[in-house]
Ligand binder design. Sequence first.
Ligand code: GLV
Ligand code: GLV
Length: 324
Amino acid sequence: MLPKVFIAKPIPQTVRDYLGKFCEFAMWDKERPINRQELIEQISDREGLLTTSLITRIDEDLLLKAPNLRIVSNISVGYDNFDLEAMRKRQVLGTNTPDVLSDTVADLAIGLMLCSARRIVELNGFVKEGKWNAQISEELFGLDLHHQTLGIIGMGSIGLELARRARNGFKMDVLYHNRNRKIVAEEELGVRYCDLPTLLAKSDFVILLTPLTKDTKHLMGYKEFNLMKHSAFFLNISRGETVDEQALILALREEKIQGAALDVFSQEPINKNNPLLQFQNVITVPHIGSATLACRTEMAMLAAKNLAAGLMDIQPPNLVKELY
Ligand code: GLV
Ligand code: GLV
């Protein structure tokens, strides 16, 4: 008999065909996302769960209600939905999908930097609102991206791909801050390690790429925004909670920074009354870091491979490191 699996969001047919060889599955195929209660009901007799870090927390309470669960495979690089202690205790494996999204997310980072620096979103509005009636004057000029200093907080594989683009494509200086030095990146790309205050003080673009953990929650607060140049932009493509959002709003109000571009928020979807939506100099996109069809398909396939391996008692390629 094949093991039973639940898939918590729609995945491409090719990936379903692949999974069908290893397990018997049911899939959530409604347009609205599954809620926690519905998920718990669905997994009461399942051995495997294919989900994402944004759906629900895999904690003690959930695991108690899914006594057969052996593996949770995320279709996401983030695994901040894993209560690692609870999963370790119950010997439930957890996997994520690193690397396959790094190019795609790095592309978005470049896009958001260009949009911020050259005011592309704002000036698109300007044209469409019929305000373009003479050659634009200096107050609408943007800033250069090329030859500026980029500060990357969280130098994983996404950071590396971003650094490559910034160095080779835009001739930028790249500083980074990370738990450990990345000597290979330093040698290959000429990126420079520095402590967080120095990175914040020197960068024209500060980008947050770190995973959300106990140590990175509210990593960027008022003190940190205050250290940035008034002319600098802040970008967040990690998780909303790595930033103290109230502090960011205050820093924007007080013009401590030039602007921001945000892919992630403390609450997603964002509340329409969130003050961040009022700023002309803040670009907001709906958590689209990896959102291309090709990338999401590759992520789903990798997650399916991790799941299949786990169900067959083979070590999955992307077992999260804290769990083994
Ligand atoms: C998306 O946010 C991911 O973690 O892959
Ligand atoms: C970003 O820091 C990553 O996970 O690659």
